[in-house]
Design a protein around this ligand. Structure first.
Ligand SMILES: Cc1cc2nc3c(=O)[nH]c(=O)nc-3n(C[C@H](O)[C@H](O)[C@H](O)COP(=O)(O)OP(=O)(O)OC[C@H]3O[C@@H](n4cnc5c(N)ncnc54)[C@H](O)[C@@H]3O)c2cc1C
Ligand code: SF4
Length: 536
């Protein structure tokens, strides 16, 4: 006997997208999320809480095999997953990222499908997530079938416009960040976003950030056939015949449930999906499950100038000049992407401490710096992998690679910034705890001996098991990855629609940017601010 048609494990970018895409089929769909709703409260925008007290982050430690010690990852088990605090820059991968790319230390392999397959889904994803941007200004941008983004680009504030102009004079090409915010720039009174300084990496108190809860879970729950259980931890899935998953084992506040579904979709994030499949002893002919973990080379670069920076919403500017090619002496390979982050409060800058400085000094820096974020591809390496501890938590082996182009990107960017008058820099290259852009642990492909998932992201050797987070990605380029997760999850959900006899396109009545109240069936034991139905 089955309880549901489809069970989706994890409510982040991947899982929520599948739920929303399948919601109008009338199939009985259950989303299982180990976390609770992230509460709306004043602390959402409190820098002390967010940066000093690890606000909303998990308190589960993971194991670092390299250092042989436990560490606390910067991760969020919430309805909406990590997108609840993400920086809202949603970008398409470049068309070239889908083909083989050569780097000094190795290659980023070709994907088995090219950009054209993902293009229509990127277009739909940009609607769902209310993307603001300006087409035509970024020479690396792949073709779009839509003539423009759903919303105009968020304009730069004066200090950022000045930085853009000064960098443009050096021959660089400033671009507007493509942002997923529910804002009407010409008529701000019409939409909820107030363009505040506490966006990246804070949750949005106004639910104006388009994230997996606001743009995925809530629209799905508008349908009576979709249900969400919160605080519902899936310990394992099991199969009696080795081909079909027949039972999903869930624990809710110490009570165990065994649920059955025709189709099981796993979307716990690339690390936790691999861990769940390993706990479940899912067979994998390729031996690649959990391997090839990638997480991007990231550095925060805070550039200090004598000129104050009074910007409120800073995250509007980026540069892709060095995406495919470095400056003159590094012409053989790209260096990566440069974008602004939200304003870094002094509490965050303190984590970059290069010298013993007073709080006053950090506050001076906060008022005078512009905050950049530099990203370079990392390369799939089978020895970078997820394993599990005895009690089933993730244990990672991870050695960073492709660091040379990343260091060259830092050096190159600093030399540009110096010419604009910036005189000092706080730099931090992120370590193993920053797994914001995790990917690659269950790559997709045609050959079961070389890939974990087939081209529709169904686990090779299984009839009804799918994985739709970033695990499927064979390489990741240097752009933020979430739009690609969403586009791919739509593609997989369209495949499921077809298999179930429905048309592949979503016939939705939700207008772009509609703010959707929480409705529908939510079961769990969580926050009293929502009306919960007890799980029987
Ligand atoms: C601070 C920060 C800033 C970021 N900024 C950006 C950005 O600007 N642009 C961008 O593109 N990306 C950004 N990202 C990355 C982005 O958040 C992720 O790419 C995205 O959330 C991944 O979606 P996902 O569905 O794969 O996984 P997740 O969002 O991690 O969702 C997985 C969900 O599964 C749940 N889960 C896990 N295990 C289980 C289990 N066993 N049982 C039940 N539920 C389970 C988790 O609680 C979680 O809710 C940022 C991330 C962070 C942390
Ligand atoms: S800038 Fe807009 S979307 Fe971001 S936190 Fe502020 S109100 Fe929310």
């Amino acid at each position: 006997m089955r309880d549901y048609d489809i069970i989706i494990i994890g409510s982040g970018a991947g899982g929520s997208t599948v739920a929303r895409t399948l919601a109008d089929t009338g199939k009985q769909i259950l989303i299982l999320e180990r976390g609770d709703f992230l509460p709306r409260e004043k602390k959402n925008w409190d820098p002390d809480f967010i940066f000093t007290q690890r606000g909303y982050q998990i308190d589960e430690s993971w194991y670092d095999h390299e250092k042989q010690e436990e560490f606390l990852p910067q991760a969020f088990y919430r309805v909406g997953g990590n997108t609840k605090v993400y920086g809202s820059v949603l970008m398409r991968m470049r068309a070239e990222d889908f083909s083989e790319q050569r780097w000094p230390e190795g290659i980023s392999p070709a994907w088995p499908l090219d950009y054209s397959v993902f293009e229509p889904y990127y277009t739909r994803a940009e609607d769902w997530y209310c993307i603001h941007g300006q087409l035509g200004e970024d020479p690396t941008e792949p073709y779009h079938t839509a003539k423009k983004y759903p919303f105009e680009a968020m304009p730069h504030e004066p200090r950022i416009q000045l930085a853009a102009d000064e960098l443009e004079k050096q021959g660089l090409k400033p671009i507007h960040s493509t942002l997923s915010l529910n804002r009407d720039t010409a008529h701000p009174e019409r939409r909820p976003c107030i363009r505040c300084s506490t966006c990246d990496p804070y949750p949005c108190m106004l639910h104006a950030k388009q994230d997996a809860e606001t743009a995925g879970v809530r629209p799905a729950l508008l349908h009576d056939n979709v249900e969400l259980w919160t605080n519902a931890y899936v310990d394992r899935i099991s199969s009696s015949d080795g081909r079909r998953i027949d039972v999903v084992h869930v624990e809710v506040e110490g009570k165990d449930y065994e649920l059955r579904a025709d189709t099981v979709v796993v979307s716990c994030g690339a690390v936790n999906s691999a861990a769940l499949l390993m706990r479940s002893q899912i067979k994998d002919e390729s031996g690649l499950l959990g391997r090839n973990l990638m997480k991007h080379n990231h550095s925060g670069l805070h550039a200090i100038s004598h000129r104050p920076n009074p910007t409120v919403f800073q995250k509007t500017l980026g540069f892709h000049d060095y995406y495919f090619k470095g400056p003159k002496r590094h012409q053989d390979y790209g260096l990566g992407a440069v974008q602004l982050t939200g304003r870094a409060p002094w509490q965050r800058l303190k984590s970059f401490a290069q010298a013993d400085m007073s709080d006053d000094h950090y506050q001076y820096i906060e008022r005078h710096c512009i905050d950049w974020w530099l990203t370079t591809d990392d390369l799939p390496d089978p020895s970078n992998r997820v394993r599990i501890t005895k009690d089933g938590r993730p244990a990672l082996d991870f050695r960073p690679n492709n660091r040379l182009p990343h260091e060259e990107l830092i050096e190159t960017w600093i030399s540009h910034l110096r010419k604009t008058g910036d005189y000092s820099f706080l730099i931090r290259t992120m370590g193993i705890d920053v797994l914001w852009h995790q990917a690659g642990t269950a790559v997709f492909g045609e050959d079961p001996s070389q890939s974990v998932l087939d081209l529709n992201c169904r686990m090779h050797g299984y009839d009804n098991l799918y994985v739709v987070d970033s695990s499927f990605m064979p390489g990741m380029g240097a752009v933020n990855l979430t739009l690609t997760i969403i586009a791919n999850a739509m593609r997989v959900a369209d495949h499921l629609r077809k298999e179930m006899g429905y048309t592949p396109s979503v016939n939705e009545s939700i207008q772009v940017g509609t703010h959707i109240p929480l409705a529908g069936t939510v079961k769990g034991t969580g926050s009293p601010s929502y009306s919960y139905v007890d799980i029987p």
